[in-house]
Design a binder for this molecule. Structure first.
Ligand code: GFB
Length: 323
């Protein structure tokens, strides 16, 4: 089955999450009609036998691995066993089943927290494993490094076409808006929105506000997934011999600058304070996107535009999201 064939059977693991749902939207819009999906209650991907049986029955041609245990800086620090065990278990099951059933190409999704805490900026793919990790998210990072290394090992030993996309910090519709477990962007959208409704009450940011982050709209990552699915393997390996491709926008901003931008989108006019008892995490993690650029892909959604779209979606779904 050819990659660009609209009948190609593509299994999107984690289709209910922010990334998986964006991938499904993008693939459908591109004309792919034969998508396979399972909820976590229908198929527990940590269960290797059940996952193998599912692959044997469905025989997908392609796999997009968007299923993962994810969360913000505090959740990563508070639930280390879940972030390490669940993610490694999912990766083992899915990548082995993809290998055993002859999947033509698997796209695994990593995260830029796999790079060393003090990696050169912007961080190239080959800075992987050149220094110590940021301690708050080391558990998740080690799981994602394991997933990538499994892809590299299956490729090296068996020739499997397994690639890893390393997206920078993501945001978008279907994000997690829980204030304890979410990432900074959805947390700040909700905090500024609720403070605005309360007569522009003050908003508290975690940490110093000085760390810098790069934000990629989930629908842009989904487009990168579609793009990579459609590229010939030889062209990808020419620019990425290790099968790793960073996906980002190429610029970052401080958490304080992000807060000001979100405040403006929401129309909040109150004060901003800092809770310095909360962790800052890594000081900066801008990714080097030259490999994806060399293949011909760049992100399309500006940060303000993406925040506005996410905010519109949040307001339309606020009742079900925050109960
Ligand atoms: O997005 P975030 O939780 O994760 O936090 P990381 C980014 C920065 O925003 C940190 C600050 O410096 C936080 O202290 N921040 C300010 C806030 N206010 C808030 C708030 O209300 N909520 C949150 N969550 N942060 C995660 C990793 O790191 O990024 C994961 O832990 C993963 O493993 C993910 O890699 C993409 O960018 O620091």
């Amino acid at each position: 089955m050819h990659l660009a064939d609209p009948e190609a059977k593509i299994y999107v693991a984690g289709h209910r999450g922010m990334v998986g749902s964006a991938v499904v939207r993008r693939l459908k819009a591109a004309g792919y009609t034969n998508l396979v999906m399972r909820t976590s209650s229908e198929l527990d991907l940590r269960d290797g036998r059940a996952t193998q049986a599912f692959f044997e029955t469905e025989q997908p041609d392609f796999v997009v691995m968007a299923a993962a245990k994810v969360g913000g800086i505090l959740a990563n620090d508070q639930y280390p066993a879940d972030f390490l065990y669940d993610n490694v278990a999912i990766e083992q099951s899915v990548l082995h089943a993809a290998h055993a059933t002859g999947v033509q190409r698997t796209i695994f999704l990593g995260s830029t927290c796999i790079y060393p805490k003090h990696a050169p900026q912007p961080m190239p793919e080959d800075s992987l494993l050149t220094g110590p990790l940021e301690p708050t998210n080391q558990w998740y990072a080690i799981a994602k490094i394991t997933g990538h290394k499994l892809c590299e090992a299956f490729h090296r030993q068996h020739g499997d076409d397994m690639l890893t996309l390393m997206p920078t910090n993501l945001y978008g519709i279907n994000d997690n808006f829980d204030l304890e477990t979410s990432h900074v962007l959805p947390a700040l959208l909700r905090k500024f929105h609720e403070a605005h409704q309360q007569g522009d009450a003050p908003v508290t940011l975690w940490g110093s506000g000085t760390p810098k982050r790069e934000f990629l709209y989930a629908d842009d990552l989904a487009d990168a997934v579609r793009f990579v699915l459609e590229q010939p393997a030889s062209e990808i390996r020419d620019v990425a011999p290790d099968g790793m491709l960073n996906v980002g926008v190429g610029e970052d901003l401080s958490i304080n600058e992000l807060a000001t931008l979100i405040q403006d989108v929401v129309g909040h006019e109150g004060a901003i304070t800092h809770d310095r008892s909360k962790p800052d995490g890594t000081p900066r993690k801008l990714v080097d996107v030259s490999r994806m650029n060399a293949l011909g892909w760049t992100a399309q959604t500006g940060l303000r535009e993406g925040i506005q779209q996410t905010y519109d979606w949040y307001r339309a779904h606020e009742g079900e999201l925050v109960g």
